[in-house]
Design a protein around this ligand. Sequence first.
Ligand SMILES: *[C@@H]1O[C@H](CO)[C@@H](O)[C@H](O)[C@H]1NC(C)=O
Ligand SMILES: *[C@@H]1O[C@H](CO)[C@@H](O)[C@H](O)[C@H]1NC(C)=O
Length: 198
Amino acid sequence: MELLMFGLVLLQGISPCFGFPNGAPTSACDDMVPRHTGVLPQPTPAPYTILTSTRTLQTGQPITVTITGTNYRGVLLEARSAASTSTNALGSWQLPPPDTKFLQCSGNKEGAITHANTNLKDNTTVFTWIPPNNTNTIYFMATVAQQRTVYWLNIRSGTLIKGSEGIGLATGGNPGMASNGFLLLLAPCMLVSQMLPR
Ligand SMILES: *[C@@H]1O[C@H](CO)[C@@H](O)[C@H](O)[C@H]1NC(C)=O
Ligand SMILES: *[C@@H]1O[C@H](CO)[C@@H](O)[C@H](O)[C@H]1NC(C)=O
């Protein structure tokens, strides 16, 4: 019995990820900050990259998204408009891969993906997402936790731009670069606001 209690306490102590072993709560949708007070995000560049199967958005066409880097336990993944500062979670994630689940964000039941448990995930965990019809440019943003106390915010994919097969980036190039520049200007402000004590 005592051994069991000790085991439980130990498990709680090391239980990784957002202070929520079963996934991030809806309250984390906007700022994507894990809710365990006193634990700051890692200030170093994230050892993770968000890879996408394409840079071109096409109505109804699924896009696969993977997070590469060291294995991770916790995740919160959303698509956002690259043309505004809105924190709305866009599009629909498809059937979540093993050890992950949907999180309702911005009233969108399939608007975000989070971890379902603290099992290790790796780059074979493939997320599938369908773009909304009315958005021309998006990026994916993630918070990734290696363990409860070690996490990175603001991990971003490249920008995806609406286009048709075969034309894609060629015609999308200029607006894309413009909006990337805009994002670069914006990023430090967002980073600072993310790190302010709350
Ligand atoms: C995925 O992870 C494996 C094992 O760690 C690694 O060898 C491979 O290069 C990774 N793939 C990508 C696309 O990062
Ligand atoms: C989006 O476009 C697809 C294909 O044109 C259509 O089937 C679907 O109903 C549209 N969805 C919305 C929400 O308008």
